[in-house]
Design a protein around this ligand. Sequence first.
Ligand code: G3P
Ligand code: MG
Length: 404
Amino acid sequence: MLLSAGIALNRGNRRAWTTLARKVHSKGSISPIAPGAAAAAAAAALQQQQQQQGNRAPGILFDIDGVLIRGNTVLNEAKEAFQMLSKRHLLKNIPYMFVTNGGGTTEAHKAHQLSKWLHVPVSEKQVVLSHTPLRMYEQYFNKTVLLIGQGPLKEIAASYGFQKTLDLDDMRKAFPLMDIVNMKVRKQLKSHPPTPIPVPPVEAIFVMHDPLEWESCLQVLIDLLISKDGVPGTLDSKQHIPIIFSNADFLWMAEHPQPRFGQGAFRLCLEALYKELTGRDLLYTQLGKPFGVTYDYAEKLLNEQAQKLGYDGLSYFYMVGDNPRSDVRGANSRQNGRSVLVRTGVFSPHLDNDPSDPAHFVVPHVRDAVQLVMRHFDDGLHHHGGSDELHAHFVQKSRTRSEK
Ligand code: G3P
Ligand code: MG
């Protein structure tokens, strides 16, 4: 159960564990996890600031998978779109960012990749990965956190401020009898019983990127989520360890003609196993698009960029994305968001718009999305957010700059 949507414990089914539940029922539970108080205050201040000041610039958020790339293939329309933006000097005049539910790398490395793909300079401050908002969870900086997913997660987590991190291999070495799905491992245990390398109790779990070896991850996570205070092999009738997932995408688009399972599919499997085993709903926190914590973070950076460009701040933003459930739903949930849905990714090419998360605009690809945005700037088209004279001022400003 998504914690930010509140807690609903299912007491209905009586599985093996509930007998245990009756024994130790009273032990505590965990509460919704929010970013540190500072971050929440900053988000509120930003909203207020946007309402008050006049001289603000519109911004653009670009999704990555299904919009700029398909797996390892950079879409031509993406290169052309950024050529157009740089020709119009817009890249120097408006705040723009890349907000992806992808991850497993550092923001700096992703910025470097984007610069190479699009032939425009991209700084790491212009990149929000699925796990970037973890930076705000300072309450875990000194706690022992298990990191799940592919890529240099310990390095990434350390760059955010997390001092004590573990990964799947650390857990396996500490509890060699835990992950025994693999027959070879079982044989190994018999022929060469390993000496466990102890680890401290796990105090939180971060699923930071698409996991590999789902069977092992599922087993280890379940053992921790049913444990007594983060020690596999122990049991408790309540979930004590908070778990944060960075990306809710059930599907995403790579080169294959149909969408691929994403981190959200893994979460669904974990939830189903936890429910089957305990009769309870798994309590978790979700980051990534469409959730507020990620859009708050992206808007904060867009606003800072706008101020660096000499404006008082951000007025409204376009979100150019391929996934109605993440890109469109997220932008539509923001008072100053405008959703632009492209047909080069998850969104089915046969529909005019998405029935449950209809976008403000639907276009074939990102080049057309950029043309639409530029036309709005030129025609002073506003659907909501920002003021007409601001827009006229902005167009004038970018014209004078481009004439320089
Ligand atoms: O794993 C990445 C995928 O879920 C989607 O990424 O860039 O389309 O938000 P993106
Ligand atoms: Mg996408």
